[in-house]
Design a protein around this ligand. Sequence first.
Ligand code: AP5
Ligand code: MG
Length: 224
Amino acid sequence: MAGHLLILGAPGAGKGTQAMRLAGKHRWAHISTGDIFRRHGERGTEFGKKIEGYLKAGELVPDSLTCEVLVDRLSQSDCDNGYILDGFPRSVRQAEQLDRMLEEREEALDAVIVLDIGDDEIVERLTARRNCPKCGKIYNLKFSPPAIEGACDNETCGGAALEEREDDCEETIRQRLKVYHESTEPLIEHYAARELVQSIDAAAEGPCEIADKIEDILLAQGVS
Ligand code: AP5
Ligand code: MG
């Protein structure tokens, strides 16, 4: 069944970790605006040049550019079987634009999963995060390290060297958190008013246990 989910949470709450699992399991598209922006930056596109300063500073990319990316991504055929939004919307204005996009597509959100975690735990997590540049798998040197130090576990990646994200230094993490509390956190109220919000304590347990909780929520909503 096509699911339409939104995962909301602070930087480092585990949005990407959970969205990747869900996408793989249910064959839904994983839509991370942050990943799309970083790929533009890596490829050195004109769009990437326009947005790289915002990412480096931990600031939001302007709504017009972000919505352009989202409309384009939603038009791809893999979204027809359902999708998980990770990192969009990030402001009430973006949420209103999403409402219009959903209306046009004759779709509705099934649930808004909020991953709840304190700021200090986030700094600890993000300074230990590493990513595979080939498959995108997310590791953590403290909580989920690769089997071989510094290399991706996936056979198809051929031992690719793991990388750190440029915005994972403490100063930028603190700025991203500030932006989250000011611009994105109010969305919890926005969606709670529609009775869509399901909150999970994202610091108390590991990724597998949190994934099980999300599956329980989906079952209860009749989405599977
Ligand atoms: P984006 O890429 O979305 O970054 P973010 O929101 O800061 O979130 P992260 O990707 O850092 O964290 P995550 O929640 O995905 O956590 P993860 O699963 O990796 O956005 C980057 C930038 O792009 C923004 O700052 C902005 O400039 C721009 N941007 C993006 N979208 C935008 C928009 N809509 N509008 C405007 N600008 C936008 O996990 C983190 C670490 O924790 C990993 O090491 C992981 O292994 C570990 N971990 C996960 N779960 C657990 C657990 N349960 N226990 C222990 N460790 C765990
Ligand atoms: Mg992420």
